[in-house]
Design a protein around this ligand. Structure first.
Ligand code: ATP
Ligand code: MG
Length: 418
């Protein structure tokens, strides 16, 4: 039996677990201030939920999905992203009558990719969707929400916001035609991947990382020259809203997002600190998605962030809460200890009980763990209704009435674990 986790998956614990938890807590706390409520969708869905909206030619559908038949013969896919599942849930639960809807979610997502730093096969995303409004000011709201998370994580200086517009359907169709003509005239110099995209998903060629393609891409027609008036106006209002919110951005005409369902606004917060895995949060507008899934046409705009990538960027690891270690010495103390531990915990103190070995051994273990206090209860203490409380940072040790132990610990606490 192999005892390693499967390729591209990891066990998450210790500092990394604390960092990731901090990212999620920050996301949820800020989400509440933006009016978002939590929505949790299943980790797997019928394959069609992802296949149609994301597009057969998208990287995700064509080569990254974990798809299988379950024992009942259903065609199932582990979620590679959240948006399609959230929109499916919106339709399934008849939420169309209650617009706008603001949903935030987080959890694992799965993509069959080549694992590397910041790229895994099971990774974790935070995700927010705003369903209903189709006006550009709401795109600004969503970008502001994402920017707010980054600033609370202390990452504002390390990321840049790239925005682009993909225009509406009409503008895109016209652009697509011209783009295909252009790339066809350079077909022989294109990378193999891009040759394939030429028929399936030509816009994605713009996103190619291949060196060969770069020179050709540089000369390609620009979407901005193909936008109709409506699309231009939409984008102008997004930019005006960002300016009014003092959110700095770069207009990156090469920014196209991987999924087919986007229209109008696309945005990415990018860092140069994570090598090729530089996108930490990406999102955009997807007004056609809910209709495509079979729901009443409803506009939507959202974003997803990579929790691992955000956690990697944090400059500080949140501290674990320091423990008080309770040491009952002897059988009678063991029983009294249950009550003492409960009282301390109800007072908000983190308590772990060490029940084995002599006192020296237990004290060594407690200081190794970075405990703040130890509480020793023996036969003498039970008679006197006291406990010996030792403050490990100072070495101070006192007999304290059991009813006052919690107060004493709080009073002598010096904060968090170093
Ligand atoms: P990339 O260009 O890095 O492949 P993407 O465009 O495929 O990213 P999205 O589908 O927009 O990514 O997902 C949103 C976010 O989820 C990304 O910005 C990134 O932070 C994170 N993410 C995507 N794929 C992975 C992965 N395999 N491992 C870790 N994080 C990921
Ligand atoms: Mg990807």
């Amino acid at each position: 039996m192999k005892l390693q986790p499967a390729r591209g998956t990891r066990d998450i614990f210790g500092k990394e677990a604390r960092r990731m938890a901090h990212v999620v807590q920050t996301f949820k706390r800020i989400g509440v201030t933006h009016g978002f409520e939590e929505l949790s969708t299943p980790i797997f869905e019928f394959t069609d939920v992802f296949k149609r909206p994301l597009g057969e030619a998208s990287d995700i559908v064509s080569k990254e999905m974990y798809t299988f038949q379950d024992r009942g013969g259903e065609d199932i896919t582990l979620r590679p992203e959240f948006t399609a599942g959230v929109c499916r849930a919106f339709i399934s639960n008849g939420m169309t009558q209650n617009l706008p809807c603001r949903f935030m979610s987080h959890g694992p997502a799965f993509r069959y990719e080549r694992p590397q730093k910041g790229r895994y096969r099971q990774f974790h995303q935070l995700n927010a969707e705003l369903l209903g409004p189709d006006t550009p000011e709401f795109d600004v709201d969503m970008i502001a929400f994402a920017a707010h998370i980054l600033s609370d994580l202390g990452l504002s200086q390390r990321v840049t916001l790239n925005i682009n517009t993909l225009g509406d359907g009409e503008s895109r169709a016209l652009y697509r035609e011209n783009l295909v003509d252009y790339f066809k005239s350079h077909k022989n110099s294109l990378s193999d991947d891009s040759k394939e995209r030429l028929t399936k998903n030509p816009l994605r060629i713009l996103d190619s990382k291949s060196k060969d393609d770069q020179a050709i891409i540089a000369g390609a027609p620009k979407l901005s020259d193909h936008l109709n008036e409506k699309s231009c106006d939409f984008f102008a209002r997004v930019k005006a809203g960002l300016d009014a919110s003092s959110i700095a951005y770069t207009h990156n005409e090469r920014l196209v997002r991987g999924m087919d369902y986007y229209n109008h606004t696309a945005f990415e917060f990018i860092t140069t600190d994570l090598g090729a895995q530089g996108t930490v949060i990406g999102g955009g507008r997807y007004d056609g998605l809910i209709k495509q899934l079979g729901g009443t046409p409803t506009a939507g705009v959202g974003f997803a962030g990579g929790i691992e990538r955000l956690a990697m960027l944090l400059t500080e690891t949140p501290k674990a809460k320091r423990l008080t270690v309770l040491m009952p010495m002897g059988d009678a103390a063991m029983l009294v200890g249950f009550k003492v531990a409960e009282n301390l915990r109800r007072a908000g103190i983190a308590v772990a009980t060490d029940r084995s070995g002599n006192l020296t051994k237990r004290l060594n273990r407690a200081s190794k763990k970075g405990a703040s206090h130890v509480v020793i209860i023996g036969d003498n203490e039970i008679t006197a209704q006291t406990a010996q409380v030792k403050t490990l940072d100072t070495g101070d040790q006192q007999d304290i009435a059991i009813s006052r132990v919690a107060d004493h610990i709080k009073f002598t606490s010096t904060g968090e674990n170093p």
